[in-house]
Design a binder for this molecule. Sequence first.
Ligand SMILES: [Zn+2]
Length: 313
Amino acid sequence: MWRGWQIVRLLILIVPFPLCLLACAPAAEPVTKPEFDAGRSYEYLKSICRLKSRISGSPGMAAQQKLISEHFRKLKAQVQFQSFDAPHPLNGTPVRMNNMIVSWYPKAKKRILLACHYDTRPFPDRDRRQPQGLFIGANDGASGVAFLMELGNVMHNLKISQDYGVDFVFFDGEELVYRENDPYFLGSKYFANQYKTEPRDYEYVYGILFDMIADKNLAIYMEKNSLKYAPQLTRSIWEAAQRVGIKQFIPQAKFEIRDDHLPLNEIARIPTCDIIDFDYPAWHTTRDIPRYCSGASMAKVGKVLIYWLQNAP
Ligand SMILES: [Zn+2]
């Protein structure tokens, strides 16, 4: 039988021990599940759109380059510019082009390329009322950038499959296009040719392109050129979507799209999939503005991609 004073003595003996443990033990690492923040990605999208048009070589584009490089340098990623000149399609004068390359784990020799274009086309040519109006490309331009900016916030919390390195590449000159026959994909063509011809000691195992991924009514079908050039990769992404329960990734082929993934597949021979929601009524109009976009849509793509990155084949 215990007496009161014995219990008190026992407490005096045992209580300080766990108290000391609590005080002396290093703070446990918080178990954080890497989560893509919908609200924050939408804020990024709006701040990019506040720069108005971001045509290749324009002041809006220069401001965007500053915004992107500051964001990723703060996150301790390596930021590089791949610069070249391209003739302006209307008068042939050189336009300074810059692909931006943001590297995570730059020493890894097997790498994954995650890309978007970050220029906006000069005019909303499909706008019946204002084909020469202001085009700010909230979905067609800003969504890919905002998506990668938010993904950057979780990169250090990811355990990336096979210890792949990852590069975020922002292509310039996707659509410095004034007339139907003006050349598209200036940045990705340059990047692919450099990759093909320059000596290098690393290899891109996969490429994934993000374009128009913020539509409020998100529906992403398997794109036909992606299935043609990168069938295994494309299927693995839609399988990842199924695993995490994102029904907006529909495992059926629908559109055949010419986009920055073509030079990557055809010139650089990097198996690359285009994740694009092409059912977007505001496409190439003055109505491609934040109001028709949603952070929740970008977060759905983010959830799929985070799962895929951690389980990549
Ligand atoms: Zn476009």
